[in-house]
Design a protein around this ligand. Structure first.
Ligand code: ZN
Ligand code: ZN
Length: 365
């Protein structure tokens, strides 16, 4: 069992509040609520102040909130209005003036509640205060992502053994999602992508009723979840035949770029420098336009979080981050190859692979 880090997270958040001259923060992002309190339900408002952590939820979560978060937060349950109860309890936490809220999460409707029912406080927009803390993972978080990534690799192997030409993308997605569930994945962090033939050139294809034919690409991009933490894996295989020469050339270009990037990526390099590790060899072969997305993203309680491995991110990658490395080359009308693994960026050491890294070309013959 990993040590309980929640109080250390509160302390770190208080330091961020000090820097922003805030007396407290209203946390309404589900992932941030879970990170700070352990509560995994779908509805809660949390206030973190220098002296208190308050969690207000509704009657559905009475027992669950007490069990998951009772050790670190004062739990209040309201059967009528979580918001009204939140303001009522907030007023009991002592003199608070400047309260932050998560501007990237709150709806316009909820902002109106702050202005009306919450007018006793001075509400200040903040962004990413908790997300910035979440970017650096502790040991327990890394272990959960590793478990999810390993489970995902096993589920993929089980699935590929059953893939045959003539199956629809949706049927293959069904086999894969069943295998993920049987191996203990808590959910699918995003809609499973199974894209065959020319559809593999659509970087964010949805699985469809199309059937995969002999000799075609099959791209599978899918997630798994353990203790709330996500893994995100992509593999591209050839179905029912050996790869053609152009397929092999395209595959090896992406595989080598991905391997280069996932081995050389380090904490402290900028998101842009990390992105270039894969972009340079792909561009050198004339495929710069065909790699239209960024190299990767942070992974954690959410499947897309900080930091970004992209041309536009000049900031250093924080030590402790877990990120995906997923270059892709897409040829419209023909098909595409994307390969994605998950890596941890420890302080002062090289990248640590969390997924299986089995990226040599698989031909399902
Ligand atoms: Zn993915
Ligand atoms: Zn991804």
């Amino acid at each position: 069992m990993a040590p309980d880090r929640r109080r250390a997270r509160h302390d770190a958040l208080i330091r961020s509040l000090d820097a922003e001259a805030l007396d407290g923060l209203l946390v309404s992002s589900r992932a941030n609520v879970r990170y700070l309190t352990g509560f995994s339900g779908s509805a809660a408002l949390v206030a973190v102040t220098r002296g208190d952590v308050l969690l207000v939820t509704d009657f559905r979560y009475d027992e669950q909130a007490r069990a998951e978060a009772g050790a670190v937060a004062r739990i209040e349950v309201d059967g009528t209005s979580v918001w009204d109860r939140f303001f009522k309890e907030l007023a009991t936490l002592g003199p608070l003036e400047r309260m932050g809220y998560e501007a990237h999460v709150l709806s316009v409707h909820d902002a109106e509640r702050l202005a009306q029912a919450g007018r006793a406080w001075c509400w200040t927009a903040t962004t990413d205060l908790v997300e910035r803390l979440r970017a650096a993972k502790d040991e327990g978080e890394v272990a959960a992502i590793r478990s999810a990534a390993m489970l995902a690799g096993d589920a993929l192997r089980e699935t590929l053994a059953q893939v045959r030409p003539g199956m629809t993308e949706l049927a293959i997605a069904g086999v894969l999602e069943g295998a993920l569930r049987r191996r203990g994945s808590e959910g699918h962090p995003f809609a499973t992508i199974v894209a065959s033939g020319p559809r593999s050139a659509l970087p964010h294809a949805r699985s469809s009723r199309r059937t995969v034919a002999v000799g075609e690409w099959l791209l599978l991009d899918f997630g798994a979840q353990v203790d709330g933490y996500c893994a995100d894996i992509t593999r591209t295989v050839v179905v029912g035949a050996r790869a053609s020469e152009p397929q092999r050339v395209l595959y090896e270009l992406v595989r080598d770029a991905q391997r280069r990037a996932r081995t050389a990526v380090r904490a402290g390099m900028s998101g842009r420098e990390a992105d270039a590790l894969a972009r340079e060899p792909i561009a050198a072969r004339g495929f710069e336009e065909a790699f239209g997305h960024s190299l990767g993203h942070g992974l954690g309680l959410e499947v897309h979080e900080a930091p970004r491995l992209s041309k536009t991110n000049a900031d250093p990658l924080p030590a402790g981050a877990v990120v995906t490395v997923e270059p892709g080359v897409y040829v419209a009308g023909e098909g595409g190859v994307r390969i994605e693994d998950d890596v941890h960026l420890p302080d002062g050491r090289g990248a640590e692979l969390l997924s299986d890294g089995l990226t040599d070309l698989v031909e399902l013959v």
